[in-house]
Design a protein around this ligand. Structure first.
Ligand code: SF4
Length: 453
């Protein structure tokens, strides 16, 4: 059975199984790449077409090793365009995207070698997969381990920073951001499946897109850049809570504060400061470690008074003096962060920090940790007291016969506090309700659901 071909450039939406043709050129490594791409597409329900005329889209996996191979690749692309019209180019020659488009302006997309996700996304764009609820083992939004009403949205892998206490870059490599349309498509599927809260995660969320040079893609007829601000703007359109984690305070983070002030994304920033003393931050080689951080926090709060800041810190880093530690405590009192976690420094196998001089004895680490937690506990308690009498939107996580437990915009799941709604049993997980706050302790709030008179 064949699906009629449409004109190049238009999107088909086959009611029947979509079919993909492939022309695989080059060496055995390229052949294996083609096999991987086809395996993935087959698993998603695509059929593989043996001929041009039976395919909804044709993939040309190119070789760019020698000039003669490039010539052959360009000819193969030309033939596929002539015979079918809807062509996606991938493989080694994909790195010369401009040249390919100059010769063949009608190609639908060009992706480079080993860019499996990008090429599969390009196929999705050209011919969307058909979800069959009776035969598909996996729902369109994928399988998740989180409750139905919230989901983590991972926007990149790896990290370009080299913090001395961390081995993630050596385990996972440098930053590789997902294409923006791939992230948005996943977010859209999650929102469609009923997810009410998206938790944006990565190793370095505000660095999103740097590695892709902020590549622009088409999303519902508009151009969207793979850039932190643009991503946040687009996520804000899904009408779900959007919470940003692992945001390093690079200067451009200032640009998302207005989105928070307008209520388009949650006014919540998870910034792992790790320390405040310039000497320790330097030894840690932390990204975006600026001396003017307190001024920026003040400015953010002027622009967005309800902004909640969460962070993590490390005490007892090698070389940390009592003076450094006291600097951090004073900073903490000034910064008035809402949610804070603190870890005692532990050497990680392979981390550069292990070789730094000035190891802090365990009992000193412990004593500093306790002082840190005491200081933050008082700050947290005071900030939560200020919420009494206010009405907050609360997302419900659990309900039993005694009542419900939820979270406000100020609380990420698992790591922050809760809002307890004693006696409120007439709600279900995922509901977002207005709650009047009546009581607070150091970490949690208590309240009742507001009801119309
Ligand atoms: S701790 Fe530093 S190096 Fe490690 S993942 Fe975070 S930013 Fe990257």
């Amino acid at each position: 059975m064949t699906t009629p071909l449409s004109k190049p450039g238009s999107k088909t939406n086959p009611a029947t199984t979509p079919k993909v043709g492939i022309v695989s050129l080059g060496c055995p490594k390229a052949l294996v790449d083609s096999e991987r791409i086809l395996t993935r597409l087959r698993a998603e329900g695509y059929d593989i077409s043996p001929s041009y005329d039976g395919a909804d889209v044709v993939l040309v996996n190119t070789c760019g090793f020698l000039d003669s191979a490039k010539k052959e690749s360009l000819e193969a692309i030309g033939e596929a365009i002539k015979e079918n019209g809807r062509v996606i180019v991938t493989g080694c020659m994909g790195v010369e995207s401009d040249m390919i488009r100059q010769v063949h302006p009608d190609v639908l997309a060009v992706t480079g070698p080993h860019q499996y996700e990008q090429v599969v996304n390009a196929v999705h764009d050209a011919v969307p997969p058909v979800h069959d609820p009776f035969t598909d083992l996996v729902p369109p939004e994928g399988l998740r381990l989180t409750p139905r009403h919230y989901a983590y949205l991972k926007i990149s892998e790896g990290c370009n920073n080299r913090c001395t206490f961390c081995i993630i870059p050596s385990l996972r490599g440098d930053l590789v951001s997902r294409p923006v349309v791939s992230v948005l498509r996943e977010a859209e599927k999650l929102a469609t499946a009923g997810v009410k809260e998206l938790l944006v995660i990565s190793q370095d969320t505000s660095a999103y897109g740097i590695d892709r040079k902020y590549a622009e893609e088409d999303w519902y007829g508009r151009k969207v850049k793979a850039r932190f601000l643009d991503l946040c703007r687009e996520l804000a359109n899904f009408d779900v809570w959007v919470r940003l984690h692992y945001v390093y305070p690079y200067p451009h983070v200032d640009e998302v504060i207005p989105l928070m002030a307008e209520g388009r994304i949650l006014p919540y920033l998870d910034i792992p400061f790790q320390h405040a003393s310039p000497t320790v931050l330097k030894a840690m080689r932390r990204p975006a470690a600026q001396e003017k951080q307190l001024d920026r926090i003040r400015k953010w709060r002027q622009e967005c008074p309800h902004l909640v800041l969460r962070s993590t810190f490390i005490t007892g880093f090698p070389g940390e003096t009592e003076e450094d530690f006291q600097f951090m405590l004073d900073w903490l009192k000034e910064a008035q962060l809402d949610r804070v976690g603190c870890f005692k420094y532990e050497p990680v196998d392979g981390a550069v920090a292990n070789d730094l001089p000035g190891a802090v004895p365990e009992e000193v680490k412990q004593e500093r940790w306790e002082r840190f937690m005491e200081t933050q506990k008082a700050i947290s308690a005071e900030r939560l007291q200020q919420k009494i009498g206010y009405t907050l939107g609360v997302i419900i996580d659990e309900v039993d016969e005694e009542g419900a437990i939820g979270r406000s915009y100020a609380d990420a799941p698992e790591i922050d506090g809760n809002v307890f709604l004693n006696g409120e049993t007439n709600v279900k997980p995922g509901d977002i309700v207005d709650v009047t706050i009546e009581h607070a302790d150091e970490y949690d709030l208590w309240g009742s659901i507001e009801r119309a008179e």
